[in-house]
Design a protein around this ligand. Structure first.
Ligand code: FAD
Length: 411
């Protein structure tokens, strides 16, 4: 039976797997990526944040991404009851890239994976990781589409399997998220938007006029289409009937701004739904494995932080792993999990404040202080690991202060 021996085996060729593979290969390590599907494959998560361009650059993929013709993105727009406000990501506190793209993830993920392959990384498509053994050095048991199976032995394994959550399942690391369970219904539309004021360079987040915790995303692509989705706790959508498409279009029509914008839109992809996607784990890493991206913790889609967290985790894990493989002592909790959680917890503060309504008060406040806005803008642009930013370092206390300031100014 076949046995492969490598330095690092990576489960999954999505953004976290491709970036980690590239960085480790560049440092001279033998890397093998095992990917269950064939690319391009659909994935949700189409609006990127500027911060992730730093990791794309670190992996030597910036030129390829810039040349691919994706929709340019320079910020986020929010609308609630007719009030429209924007964040310009180039006007931010933290240095670094200030623009990014809105991408069809099938194409984007394939581009990253192909670029990693062109750099010399080996990716095996149609290969599924079924079982593992970590009693000694990690061993993985892999099945192929043609019904064969084989073993891979490695010094270390990275789980970049996203919602596949391979190691959390196999090692019993799954823990419930502390966020309430929500669902998303989504599709792609040929948008036919004629409103000249519509800004295709920004994701548009709209809030339901009656339920402030129901929100919609509209993510324009460069081909005249948009990704359209709604997110809510399931009981708030239980009143809708018909097919998924009927439900989505019905709830979209409840928001007058979106209804007007999408009056000529045509659905061009089968509607899909995802439920209970928020997830957590008891442990993010040990001296034998690390969980990247969605295989670790997933919060919520509202601030489009998923791919950025995935790439940040890939970069941090690669750095820590290179030290370990070069014989230095590392502490995965201190060197990987804690720094990663700085940004994840900062996003968590904002996600919770979005749903309890307090961050919406800040977003829709008419006269924001420009310095405070730049610091919050940094976080929305993905720079949630910049501890020079007081809104990162003390995210909850600072946000509470701004909420108070907005309330006092309005009183
Ligand atoms: P993935 O991209 O999911 O890649 C995992 C890969 O692992 C897959 O290709 C899979 O086939 C493979 N795999 C799984 N199991 C196995 C196995 N056993 N063996 C081999 N291979 C395996 N993020 C954003 O940045 N912007 C957004 O606008 C956004 N919107 C979202 C909206 C919703 C409703 C949801 C739920 C999420 C959203 N996200 C968004 C989050 C985003 O989808 C993820 O964070 C991101 O895709 C994570 O990337 P990844 O590399 O961790 O995993």
């Amino acid at each position: 039976e076949q046995l492969d021996v490598v330095d690092v085996v990576i489960i999954g060729a999505g953004p976290s797997g491709a970036i980690a593979a590239s960085l480790l290969h560049k440092a001279g390590k033998r890397v093998l990526v095992l990917e269950r599907q064939h690319f391009p494959r659909f994935s949700i998560g189409e609006s990127l944040l500027p911060c992730c361009m730093n990791f794309i650059e670190e992996a030597g993929m910036l030129e390829a991404v810039n040349a691919a013709g994706f929709q340019f993105k320079n910020g986020a727009a929010f609308r609630r009851n007719g009030t429209y406000t924007t964040f310009d990501f180039t006007d931010k506190f933290t240095p670094g890239h200030g623009t990014t793209f809105q991408v069809q993830r099938g194409n984007f993920d394939k581009l990253l994976a192909d670029t990693a392959e062109a750099q010399g990384v080996e990716i095996r498509y149609g290969h599924t990781v079924e079982r593992i053994d970590i009693s000694g050095k990690p061993s993985l048991f892999v099945s192929t589409e043609s019904g064969e199976s084989y073993q891979v032995d490695a010094e270390f394994m990275l789980d970049a399997s996203g919602f596949g959550r391979v190691l959390p399942r196999l090692l019993d690391l799954e823990r419930p998220s502390n966020l309430p369970s929500r669902m998303a219904i989504f599709t792609h539309v040929e948008d036919n938007i004629s409103d000249a004021n519509f800004d295709r360079n920004k994701i548009l987040i709209s809030v339901h006029p009656e339920h402030k915790d129901i929100w919609y995303w509209l993510i324009p692509f460069s081909n005249g289409r948009c990704s359209l989705g709604v997110v809510a706790e399931p009981h708030l959508l239980a009143r809708l009937d018909g097919s998924l498409e009927d439900k989505l279009l019905q709830v979209v029509r409840e928001e007058p701004g979106l209804k007007a914008l999408l009056k000529d839109a045509v659905v061009v992809q089968q509607c899909a739904e995802l439920k209970g996607y928020s997830a957590n784990v008891s442990q993010l890493a040990s001296d034998k494995y690390a969980l990247l991206g969605n295989a670790g913790e997933f919060l919520d889609p509202v601030f489009s932080s998923g791919v950025t967290i995935a790439m940040q985790s890939a970069s941090l894990a690669a750095r820590t792993l290179l030290k370990q493989l070069n014989g230095e002592t590392v502490d995965w909790q201190r060197d990987y999990a804690e720094p990663l959680m700085t940004g994840v917890n900062c996003f968590r503060t904002y996600v919770q404040a979005w749903y309890d309504g307090t961050f919406q008060e800040v977003i829709f406040f008419e006269n924001p202080n420009p310095t405070i806005k730049q610091m919050i803008c940094s976080i929305l642009a993905g720079y949630a690991w910049d501890t020079e930013n007081p809104f990162v370092k003390e995210s909850q206390r600072r946000l509470n202060m701004v909420v108070e300031l907005c309330r006092e100014a309005k009183a």
